[in-house]
Design a protein around this ligand. Structure first.
Ligand SMILES: CC(C)(COP(=O)(O)OP(=O)(O)OC[C@H]1O[C@@H](n2cnc3c(N)ncnc32)[C@H](O)[C@@H]1OP(=O)(O)O)[C@@H](O)C(=O)NCCC(=O)NCCS
Length: 147
């Protein structure tokens, strides 16, 4: 993380549903296995963001990135994304993917590029995010996790 944020694993992701819904992000599968969610706080303990990822072998699917509105525009989203990518890399992922439904997206600002579904690993295309939660018109983004 580039900011001094403190990450804590979320034990009960169902508690994130309200935040995700308000941000217009999928919630239906948060309690299913294979997802990791984190809460991010300042060093002073103030809650600033959540983020999630699905480790998928050589790839990691980033998801559920929400910054508390009053903290937007200060680099928190970028720091959370970098932390999720680092965690994916630690679990063996060479590439990070994410689905979005709209443009422009802050992922482009962070160096992600638009990807065709044909270039995504089968494991990414088999996720709930790819198969149902995101529409077929959802945009797929990709970035190497290696810096
Ligand atoms: C999108 C979101 C996570 C960004 O968080 P943030 O803390 O404001 O982002 P940052 O300050 O780290 O910005 C990182 C970069 O993204 C850019 N950016 C931020 N929000 C953006 C947006 N909505 N559209 C395009 N670019 C954006 C910033 O300008 C910055 O670029 P720069 O480094 O070139 O200046 C936050 O607005 C949010 O929680 N939105 C609601 C949920 C959501 O849309 N999540 C993303 C799903 S992919």
């Amino acid at each position: 993380m580039t900011l001094p944020l403190v990450a804590t694993a979320v034990a009960d992701p169902v508690g994130l549903v309200g935040l995700l819904s308000e941000a217009g992000l999928p919630t239906e599968d948060v309690a299913e296995p294979g997802r990791v969610f984190l809460r991010y706080a300042t060093e002073g303990g103030e809650f600033v963001a959540i983020g999630g990822f699905e480790p998928l072998g050589a790839a990691v699917l980033l998801r559920s990135i929400v910054v508390v509105p009053s903290y937007r525009g200060y680099g928190v989203g970028g720091a959370v994304t970098a932390d999720l990518m680092r965690r994916g890399r630690e679990q063996g992922a060479a590439d990070a993917f994410a689905f979005t439904t709209g443009e422009p997206t802050f992922l482009a600002a962070l160096g992600f590029r638009r990807a065709e579904r044909a270039e995504a690993p089968a494991a990414v295309l088999a996720t709930r995010q790819a198969m149902g939660l995101c529409s077929v018109s959802a945009v797929l983004w990709r970035k190497e996790t290696v810096r």
